[in-house]
Design a protein around this ligand. Sequence first.
Ligand code: NAD
Length: 358
Amino acid sequence: MTKNVLVLPGDGIGPEIVAEAVKVLDAVKSKLSLDINTVDGLLGGAAIDAAGVPLPEDTLAKANDCDAILLGAVGGPKWDQIDPAIRPEKGLLGIRSKLELFGNLRPAILYPQLAEASSLKPEIVAGLDILIVRELTGGIYFGQPRGIRELENGERQGYNTYVYSESEIRRIGKVAFESAMKRDKRVCSVDKANVLEATILWREVMEEVAKDYPEVELSHMYVDNAAMQLVRAPKQFDVMVTGNMFGDILSDAAAMLTGSIGMLPSASLDASGKGMYEPCHGSAPDIAGQGIANPLATILSLAMMLRYSLAELEAADQIEAAVSKVLDQGLRTADIHSEGMQKVSTSEMGDAVVAALA
Ligand code: NAD
């Protein structure tokens, strides 16, 4: 049966890196005779320009109909001054929330070939393999009430609400424990239970979920300590599970441990395994249009999509092996370049992955 993939290039470097991932998808499709159909859609700033809103109905309808979504990135200075209600990021948050993509998997793996690219000493990061499981559709990014109001004394006050219900915590907990069962069977739940009531409940529910996974060791860590431990001794972690905002920040810190945010894929899954796949980085407007962005995070996101939503494990393995091969060949985009390596453009990197697949 044909599987359908919605492709959303988005803004900034999005179209450049997604084009390379589609190139790789076409190559793996013909090599392994996969029956996968792609359809394009608009999201973010590109959608605002074309349709006046960051998440057009047409995109949402296509997203509902497909088996998986491949996204580049959204946003950029061009749309920074517009009404906050229709900013590009609203399109991203909207699609995650409408499709109930609550489980964000962000692997932070250090390819041995890139140990020198990390800002930390190679012995601290060599062999790093962490999975950050971030809750994506709840917490302070969605909590109501929110806004900017004027107080009686005329001063403006900004406010947001940090809220998590028991069921939201339980379902992301399950994702983390299930993932840990396929790995080193350790979950570290990150919260701020010494200050925030919402995360006192988070901790309690994680303890309850843990009872269903007696083989998995559960530990808890305050987010400030977790940030410190991630840069002090990151290899102590296997799976980290946390809420939306803490996960946002910690996963970017974990990204830098691996040398470049340009290497990190992510998956956002619903309860049935349907998912949206995107690089962890943003639209990088500072380098957009220059042909120098690293497409590997998007290509590795494609591999995750084939594995988690399309059940094409062989294709996923082959793409990951091809990425490793081009790194072995010494090919590097500017963000991961070091002395003695061959600097390549975005499309040259995509072509090299296609060649390595063949
Ligand atoms: P960013 O991730 O876009 O860029 C941070 C830095 O990393 C920049 O110097 C950029 O050049 C570099 N970088 C990012 N991806 C790269 C790649 N593939 N290859 C080489 N270098 C890369 O973050 P930012 O600058 O904070 O945000 C830029 C825009 O992206 C903003 O509008 C922001 O809202 C948006 N954003 C979108 C997403 C998303 O779509 N999921 C995520 C984060 C930020």
